[in-house]
Design a protein around this ligand. Structure first.
Ligand code: ACM
Ligand code: ZN
Length: 541
């Protein structure tokens, strides 16, 4: 070997060892921001020949490998990568390593991308799934038919801050097709959101089939027409009937689909208020004989379920029984918000109940109502969660509270050692305007731009460390009075749900809005390919 050739080889060897021989570093832009990311020189490339190995004997591999394969197909027109069992990693491949004995947090994961391949390790399948979601976000975000997907060499250690990372959807004010609900769940899982709050019953429509009460959907899922314009001022209606509901088969499909994406579906069955659709179907549920009509405008209505009649509680237990058979969720949401007491004051049966039970007033009657629902749920091994009005008149013994009228309800509940999900209207309502109303489609009101959501801190300062443990997390709420179409829902939800995802996943000290916006520029390229109709307001600046 002559000297020049020797020197050339030496330099080449040095460059390739230090990583300089390959192309430049790829920026890591993950949402929500991981706890720790360390990058190193060098790359590993996924090609059509890359194999996936996994070391566990259960059904989860399909869910986890499919998440990866679906993305590879959508973005890069890849055929599915093959996967097979192996106890150890193999050179040039992706290794999904389940280590149930490890002390890693349940939804946490570690990723190592080396020149020899990728290892994702977790103590649960949930963690492996999230590791794959992160890996996906490390891939080039421009859809392209490329044959070699370069990943930066990296060590990532990541886990969520909160266990309840929620997104809600009201399918009652406007019915949303099942296919859309499935996509909604997909996009949640992309953002490591894990709790889908499915708001299924309302004044304006009952949307879940209950076999024992067929009129709930035959009558209750249909309204004659819908208000046009602002609920505060308008008296104009569209004259167009609106209807829709999910069969029990649809519900099973949604719940299974969500489970494969490690999303828990929490159903909400509203009681005793927001129940006009149920009253229209079964007038005996009300304090008077009616007649009742499925509501055609928005707001809060005086007609609610009668708390005096035993038949009301029979109905509720029957409905919940079917709901429990469909939803494995530990928590069942029973609503409990905005229940006027006017009819209870006039109703002899409600007044008799107050007297017989030695209750102080109608607030305690509401509390009695919720406690009966809780007793039923607890007897079936489930837990009750309700809006913060369930604090009024005394909280049911084991109830969790969803704090929406500000954070006070959440604080009061945590101080009483009850679990809490924070979802204050000020920061977590995605039906509010996200930009100057003059530039936006009509919304219910409010002003909750992306930055405001991003700035939200779910644990109020006033709570002690012990009390703070009761804050399970936070959730974005999506009420659809003013969202007639699925496109409009997406416009209101994204990218605000991405901001919320980071609020519930990442430590507050790690959050930096400007830097988030930079990462979001990459994330929205994925939204483009998935066809998410997100709002560009916050990105255009
Ligand atoms: C609510 O927004 N009425 C819970
Ligand atoms: Zn009554």
């Amino acid at each position: 070997m002559n000297y020049i050739k020797f020197m050339a080889l030496t330099i080449l060897a040095y460059l390739s060892l230090s990583g300089f021989a390959s192309s430049k570093d790829i920026e890591i832009n993950i949402i929500p921001k991981p706890v720790s990311v360390k990058t190193y020189k060098g790359h590993f490339s996924i090609t059509q020949k890359t194999k996936i190995f996994y070391n566990f004997e259960n059904g989860h591999i399909e869910n986890i490998a499919s998440a990866l394969n679906n993305h590879l197909k959508k973005f890069y027109s890849f055929n599915p990568l093959k996967f097979s069992f192996s106890n150890e990693s193999n050179k040039g491949s992706i290794f999904l390593k389940l280590n149930t004995g490890s002390k890693m947090p349940k939804e946490g994961y570690k990723i190592e991308v080396s020149k020899n391949g990728v290892t994702i390790e977790a103590s649960s399948p949930n963690g492996l799934f999230y590791g794959v979601q992160t890996l996906i976000q490390m891939m080039p975000s421009k859809a392209d038919k490329i044959s070699e997907i370069k990943l930066q060499r990296v060590l990532i250690d990541d886990y969520p801050r909160f266990e309840w990372r929620g997104l809600h959807l009201d399918v009652c004010r406007h019915f949303m097709p099942k296919e859309f609900v499935l996509k909604y769940i997909d996009y949640m899982s992309m953002h490591k959101l894990n709790t889908f709050h499915f708001h299924l019953t309302e004044d304006q429509g009952w949307r879940i089939e209950i076999k024992k009460y067929p009129l709930l959907t035959e009558v209750g899922s249909k309204r004659e027409e819908t208000l046009i314009g602002s609920g505060r001022t308008s008296k104009q209606y569209d004259g167009v009937p609106h209807s829709g509901f999910y069969t029990q088969e649809d519900i099973k499909e949604i719940v299974e689909y969500a489970a494969k994406r490690y999303v828990n579906v929490v159903p909400e069955i509203e009681m005793p208020g927001h129940a006009l659709a149920a009253l229209a179907a079964y007038p005996h549920l009300g304090c008077t004989s009616g007649p009742y009509k499925v509501a055609t405008r928005w707001g809060v209505f005086d007609d609610v379920m009668c708390a005096g009649k035993e038949s009301t509680f029979e109905f509720i237990e029957d409905v919940l029984e079917e709901v429990l058979n469909l939803f494995p969720s530990e928590y069942i949401h029973i609503g409990g918000d905005e229940c006027p007491k006017t009819k209870w004051i006039e109703c002899p049966l409600c007044q008799k109940r107050i007297e017989q039970e030695g209750l102080k007033d109608e607030h305690e009657l509401q509390s009695y109502f919720i406690q009966r629902a809780e007793r039923f749920l607890n007897s079936k091994g489930r837990k009750l969660i309700g809006w913060d009005e369930i604090l009024e008149g005394g909280l049911a013994p084991n109830a969790a509270v969803m704090s929406w009228r500000g954070v006070e309800g959440g604080i009061a509940a945590a101080k009483q050692s009850h679990y809490v999900v924070m979802t204050p209207g000020s920061h977590c309502y995605f039906d509010h305007y996200q930009a100057d109303p003059l530039t936006q489609p009509l919304a219910i009101g409010g002003f909750t731009p992306l930055e405001k959501i991003y700035s939200y801190e779910p644990v109020p300062d006033i709570l002690s460390q012990d009390e703070a443990r009761y804050i399970m997390g936070a959730q974005g709420n999506v009420w659809t009075e003013y969202m007639k179409t699925t496109d409009h829902v997406e416009f209101m939800v994204y990218p605000r749900a991405a901001a919320l995802a980071e609020v519930v996943w990442s430590e507050k000290s790690e959050r930096d809005y400007k830097e988030f916006l930079k990462r979001l520029q990459e994330q929205v390229k994925r939204y483009d390919v998935y066809g998410i109709n997100y709002s560009k307001t916050a990105l255009d600046k």
